[in-house]
Design a protein around this ligand. Structure first.
Ligand code: ADP
Ligand code: MG
Length: 697
């Protein structure tokens, strides 16, 4: 066995380990739960728990934890050791089925958005056996869902699991009606491509903005940015290469299918992509990936920045959420095949996605919203905030045929000709890449590209699962009533294309024409996180989530409040950090520089030499004017934060004021400070510049 196959999954309580360590009947019972989505037989929990503990202890673990994903941007864990005292003063190792299935973390310090008062601190974690347990830092980690005393979800996993069930139910209905009787379950799959920056730890430590907010709040553009396109896919620096290798190994041990790594567009930016798996496991794996990237970076004296926009003026980071649906017997329902025009199942599922994205664009938008992403979506960087779908030439042609009746042909995707006889002919993909589309069909999956780099991918995926469950449900209802299924399928396809073609756009999503055109088509263009959050309490969306039992009205309301509170807190921290750095670091540096100029002028003057002091005078005047403007803008910002923080208004209005008052005023402070950076002596500047951070690794 090669080293790689040996380490892969070595820290995971996976299928092979279970088969080896569990009695046959127990193994079969748990497999049924995992593979067929049946409920768990509690009587087997004790046996599984013991096997799990023994396996973990054999691997050096001493503790276990219920690992969960509260409504923050991180995962949570509380460690308990396996030890239990005996009467003779010794210990035995114990881990019961009860401890495996259920945990009771004091939940009062996690956000609940009013679901749970602090006085009712009880929260429960429940074992999710569909995502395998693993060992991390000597602790057996058990993936769990997290809920309140009355069962309301306080986490990201619960709605995701619910949405997978919802989609499976509706997809099965449709498949049966279309003649597929062999499929027992439909799963949703995702492969998230993770972007990130790596910077030097010593430089990072000198920047309080990075420390407190994850992004730079100051920084003039260096002479060189990303304009030469010399970083994308470029040769890896040794340090980066070592980092990536270590990350890969750590991820492989956890059974994470880390596959592709490369340099990204911006200097110091990189990407890691795994091979896709079910949406639930992929979501857990992505959380672990982010955690491990941060840890391994630190080990190598670097810091991994996952923020969506660490540097103004330089490309930010996102996650490309590659999503599809597959049957338990291995058919990708979004695989067009060679002649998509007569692939009925593909067309039904494809158009169901198109309709879902058009009808629930606002929900998808909020699923990709966080404060960091506001610097990307709809701002100076793409993808735009408008949700549209790219389908490519071949499907565009088929959809146009469908709009007018039957689709009778598929444009061929012939071989690519490179014009060199020694090179092999390459099969041409059905779609070219359109990097400007927020939701692109890329061969046999949709790539949702708005997803924030630092956030969990749970929300984008449970949203996708649920909105598509709904449109599939509508298809099923019509087909169940139809006398002639074939005719009705045709009607549905034609109608769906007619009614929803407005969401399809194959052109340049970054262009101004598209903004105008999208407006004409009536597509929403929601530019800010705060505004997007409204969708969480929109009646249409509440009804949808309730109908498919993914999130109740109370749970949606709580997420609405948590999202607003989170936005408010993030901008408040950013504003306070801006003020502190400007006052205590930048102002003193500017004054020092101005003093130096004044001293120089005085010295020269006192020599009576008559030497020219005009340069010093110009600099002194310019720096003094900017310093005054900086001071004035700090005061304006301070006033705005103080006022906004104490506003007695509903959470929406407060968040809105943070966005359109506090946030705007932060940029005034920054503008003056960044201009000062270009004038003040580099030796006096209080922290590393963009040039240092981006190019000196
Ligand atoms: P790209 O052309 O975008 O580089 P890749 O084939 O490299 O496409 O895939 C990008 C990501 O999409 C990978 O994480 C891959 O595993 C994932 N992916 C591929 N097929 C599917 C699918 N059917 N469902 C979900 N994700 C998929
Ligand atoms: Mg891609």
């Amino acid at each position: 066995m090669s080293k790689l196959t040996e380490i892969f999954g070595s820290n995971v309580f996976n299928d092979a380990v279970m088969r080896e360590r569990l009695p046959k009947t127990t193994y079969k019972a748990i497999k049924k739960t995992i593979d067929d989505g049946l409920s768990l037989d509690p009587s087997i929990a004790d046996i599984v728990a013991e096997a799990m503990m023994n396996w973990a202890v054999d691997k050096g673990a001493t503790h276990f934890t219920h690992w969960f994903q509260p409504l923050t941007s991180i995962t949570a864990e509380k460690h308990d050791s396996f030890i239990s005292p005996t009467s003779d003063g010794n210990i035995i190792l114990e881990f019961s089925g009860k401890e495996l299935i259920k945990g009771e973390p004091d939940a009062s310090s996690f956000p609940s958005g009013g679901i749970r008062d602090t006085s009712e601190a009880r929260g429960y974690t429940a074992w999710d056996c569909t995502s395998p347990a693993f060992i991390k830092d000597g602790t057996l980690c058990i993936p769990t869902a997290f809920c309140a005393y009355n069962g309301e979800a306080l986490d990201k996993k619960t709605p995701l699991l619910r949405s997978m069930e919802a989609l499976s139910i509706q997809a099965l209905r449709v498949l049966k009606l279309l003649g597929n009787t062999s499929t027992k379950r439909v799963i949703t799959t995702v492969g998230p491509e993770q972007e990130y920056f790596l910077i030097d730890k010593k430089l990072y430590d000198q920047r309080n903005d990075l420390l407190f907010t994850g992004r730079t709040l100051f920084g003039a553009m260096p002479p060189k940015g990303q304009e030469l396109d010399d970083h994308y896919f470029g040769v890896l620096k040794d340090k980066v290469s070592v980092f990536m290798k270590e990350v890969d190994e750590e991820l492989w041990k956890l059974g994470i299918l880390a596959k592709t790594k490369h340099n990204e567009v911006a200097p110091a930016q990189h990407e890691l992509a795994p091979i896709f798996t079910t949406t639930n496991i992929a979501t857990d794996h992505n959380q672990l990936t982010m955690e491990i990237m941060k840890k391994v970076a630190l080990r190598n004296n670097m810091v991994c920045l996952l923020h969506e926009k660490p540097f103004a003026g330089i490309n930010g980071s996102g996650k490309h959420n590659n999503w599809s649906m597959a049957t338990d017997d291995g058919i990708n329902l979004l695989e067009p095949g060679h002649t998509p025009h007569d692939n009925e199942i593909f067309l039904v599922f494809l158009t169901a996605v198109i309709k879902a994205v058009d009808e629930y664009a606002e929900l998808l938008r909020v699923a990709a919203a966080n404060p960091g992403n506001d610097h990307r979506l709809g701002a100076n960087e793409a993808p735009p905030a408008i949700i549209s779908i790219f389908v490519g030439d071949q499907l565009q042609d088929i959809l146009e045929q469908l709009e007018n009746g039957n689709a009778t042909s598929s444009k061929s995707t012939s071989k690519l000709k490179i014009g060199v006889t020694t090179l092999p002919p390459l099969p041409k993909d059905a779609t070219d890449r359109n990097r400007t589309s927020p939701f692109a069909f890329t061969g046999n999956k949709f790539e949702f590209r708005m997803v924030p780099s630092s956030a969990s991918i749970a929300a984008p995926n449970f949203t996708l699962n649920t909105i598509v469950a709904e449109t599939l449900c509508q298809v099923a209802e019509r087909l169940e009533k139809a006398t002639d299924i074939t005719v009705e399928v045709q009607n549905i396809l034609t109608e769906t294309v007619k009614n929803h073609k407005r969401v399809i756009y194959n052109g340049n999503g970054y262009s101004d024409e598209w903004i105008t055109e999208a407006k004409r088509r009536g597509l929403p263009n929601i530019k800010t996180t705060v505004e997007s959050i409204k969708a969480l309490i929109d009646e249409k969306n509440l009804a949808l989530m309730e109908k498919h039992a993914v999130l109740s009205r109370v749970e949606m309301q709580s997420r609405y409040e948590i999202s607003l509170e989170n936005y408010t807190k993030v901008v408040n921290i950013e504003a306070l950090t801006t003020i502190q750095i400007a006052k205590r670091e930048i102002l003193p540096a500017a004054i020092k520089f101005a003093t130096k100029m004044a001293e120089s002028i005085n010295t020269i003057y006192s020599t009576g030499s008559g030497a020219d002091t005009s340069v010093q005078t110009d600099l002194l005047l310019e720096v003094s004017a900017l310093t005054a403007s900086l001071k004035k803008n700090i005061l304006i910002l301070e006033e705005s934060v103080t006022k906004t923080a104490s506003l007695q208004v509903d959470p929406y209005e407060q968040a809105y004021t943070y966005r359109f008052d506090v946030f705007e005023k932060m940029s005034l402070v920054r503008a003056a400070a960044d201009r000062l950076e270009t004038l003040v002596d580099k030796a006096l500047w209080p922290f590393p510049t963009y040039g240092d951070l981006l190019f000196k690794l």
